[in-house]
Design a protein around this ligand. Structure first.
Ligand code: SAH
Length: 362
């Protein structure tokens, strides 16, 4: 049996990938058939993993013992393991996952009543290097595979079997539109109605704004939500905050207008407020003028301070005034609640803490 490499774009049956989570259901069926088992055995495995949060092949007693034994030797159910969990006072949990090659990524589980949102990473590290963000401080090591993305949801579901995960946001580490093949594949796996069944309209891809990637998203997965991390209405400031920013604001807005024409879906802008950098009333005015050229809403997020980054959280009154100014200019804007502030929940923070302080498993 050959093992595919970690970033292979086309993991196809019957060749076995490095974990069951890399399969689509159609591929899992083809793999079972190629091994001499009926295709419906794949459906049973799929349901056990995604519907019943089973952690071990041997517990899937609906399938014959010889198939279980074969799977145990040939193909792990998951390729990652949870190496640390930090729980916030607000109930959200951040997991550090150890991947098969020793790399680590993080994901956050955010409960809301009987349901929960999972924030997932798409890359190990991030190549964009936003100056205020912990994820890009060490650059990017590699893309995640579709299975490694899906497993972030699987691990959270296993820890909370009675809480339905019904939202997924790609707001963890990495730039999802630079790993599009695997991100799109992961979205199709998590959307499968026989498994996790997470609605396309409940999945959000957050991007720094890569015009070509935005158009691919519109063409291939038009029901998925798009969030764009803007952070500055002015090109010079945006380049200062996002040194490897891939395009000008006008090019970005042009791509978003095309996105809207193709999907008829409103874009969400994310704007992280950095005190005395981009949080003045005139910044809100410029932002309103820029974003009004596309149907949108704006999420204003107070900065979660990162040790070593030269930015500060604005006071609550500044956040309030910024949102008020946008609303006064007829832009739909909300100050998003910051969840998990006490567990280093901003993108990439916990993993860095983990590397430097060696956190215990909770
Ligand atoms: N690369 C993608 C997705 C990852 S970051 C993107 O840029 O959108 C997800 C969001 O978290 C982005 O809006 C990012 O700017 C924001 N973010 C990163 N670090 C943060 C911090 N310390 N405090 C608040 N928001 C942060």
């Amino acid at each position: 049996m050959s093992i595919t490499t970690s970033t292979a774009a086309n993991v196809s049956a019957p060749e076995a990938p490095r974990a069951f989570t890399e399969f689509t259901l159609a591929e899992a069926r083809a793999w079972c058939t190629s091994q001499g088992w009926p295709a419906y055995r794949a459906d049973q495995l799929w349901q056990a993993l995604y519907r019943h949060a089973i952690t071990d092949y041997q517990a899937i007693t609906a399938v014959p013992a010889p198939l279980r034994a074969q799977l145990v030797t040939l193909l792990p159910l998951c390729s990652s393991a949870v190496s640390a969990v930090a729980t916030s006072a607000d109930g959200s949990e951040k997991r550090v996952l150890k991947l098969a090659d020793g790399e680590t990524v993080e994901s956050v589980w955010i409960p809301m009543g009987a349901h929960a949102t999972v924030c997932v990473s798409s890359q190990v590290g991030c190549p964009i290097g936003c100056r205020f963000c912990a994820s890009g401080m060490d650059g990017v090591a590699r893309n995640l595979t579709a299975g490694e993305i899906v497993e972030q949801i699987v691990h959270a579901a296993r820890a909370h079997p009675r809480c339905e995960i019904n939202n997924v946001v790609f707001m963890g580490m990495g730039e999802p539109l630079l790993n599009w093949a695997q991100v799109a594949r992961a979205i199709r796996i998590m959307n499968d109605p026989h498994g996790l069944c997470i609605g396309m309209r409940r999945i959000t891809v957050s991007t720094v704004g890569i015009p070509r990637g935005i158009l691919r998203l519109a063409e291939e997965l038009p029901q998925v939500n798009l969030a764009v991390s803007l952070h500055a209405a002015d090109d010079a400031l945006r380049r200062r905050l996002i040194p490897r920013c891939p395009c000008s604001n006008e090019e970005l807005l042009q791509a978003l207008r095309t996105y809207y024409a193709l999907t008829r879906r409103r874009v969400t802008f994310e704007y992280v407020l950095l005190h005395e950098v981009n949080d003045r009333v005139q910044d809100a005015r410029r932002l309103a003028a820029l974003v009004k050229t596309v149907p949108c809403k704006v999420n204003v997020i107070a900065y979660n301070e990162v040790p070593g980054a030269p930015f500060r959280t604005p006071p609550a009154r500044v956040v309030h005034a910024f949102v008020e100014e946008l609303c006064a200019r007829h832009v739909t804007a909300v100050a998003r609640r910051r969840k998990g502030g006490d567990i280093a929940a901003a993108c990439g923070q916990l993993r860095r803490t983990f590397h430097s302080v060696a956190m215990p498993v909770a």
